[in-house]
Design a protein around this ligand. Structure first.
Ligand code: ADP
Length: 190
């Protein structure tokens, strides 16, 4: 199995690139943000729980996120491989993911990280907010909170995967096609 963590701050372009990469490599795409948003749309208990955190730009608590993710992985374990988009976002999520995949005798092949500076991120998210209707893209304060969550809880995962020798940084600024081809380059090393 090829299991890839697509990593980067909010607005780095993970969702856009995951759509392309999943088709190219026949991988199963899990976006935790999309799963939460679908649950919110359908008014499920999980959606109700997640909504309060998401709309403030905070991370959903680990226990809730981990349970949800584990269920999706276990249900789909017979696929070619996974693209994890928006997960893990904390060290505890990363440790859980390793254990979960270990149970099925597989592991993370690599983390591909899209690197984009904060100013570009904020502008991209404000722009997306104009059309997407996403509450968390609607104002600068919420966006800054998400970026702050990223630096305080998520960014350390770079070290986590570097220690495992499977961190691949990719310049996330350029056209969609340029960035895809950088990711394809990184994928060839996994
Ligand atoms: P973005 O990468 O643009 O922030 P996502 O769709 O990945 O967008 O995530 C949106 C929100 O969903 C996050 O701000 C957070 O509240 C919640 N979320 C998504 N993934 C996780 C996760 N792994 N752990 C905790 N919260 C998460």
């Amino acid at each position: 199995m090829k299991n890839v963590v697509l990593f980067g701050p909010p607005g780095a372009g993970k969702g856009t690139q995951a759509e392309v990469i999943k088709l190219k490599y026949d991988l199963f795409h899990i976006s935790t943000g999309d799963v939460f948003r679908n649950n919110i749309k359908n008014n499920t208990d999980l959606g109700l729980l997640a909504k309060g955190y998401m709309n403030k730009g905070e991370l959903v608590p680990d226990e809730i996120t981990i349970n949800m993710l584990s269920e999706v992985v276990e249900k789909n374990i017979h696929v070619n491989g996974f693209i994890f988009d928006g997960f893990p976002r904390t060290e505890s999520q990363a440790i859980t993911l390793d254990k979960l995949l270990g149970k099925f005798n597989t592991s993370i092949s690599g983390m591909i990280a899209l690197e984009v500076n904060d100013e570009i991120l904020i502008n991209r998210l404000l722009e997306r907010g104009k059309g997407s209707g996403r509450a968390d893209d609607s104002n600068r304060e919420i966006i800054e909170n998400r970026i702050n969550e990223y630096y305080t809880k998520t960014a350390i995962l770079k070290t986590y995967y570097q220690r495992k020798n499977c961190y691949y940084g990719v310049d996330g600024v350029g056209s969609i096609e340029e960035i895809t081809s950088r990711i394809v380059d990184a994928m060839s090393k996994l």
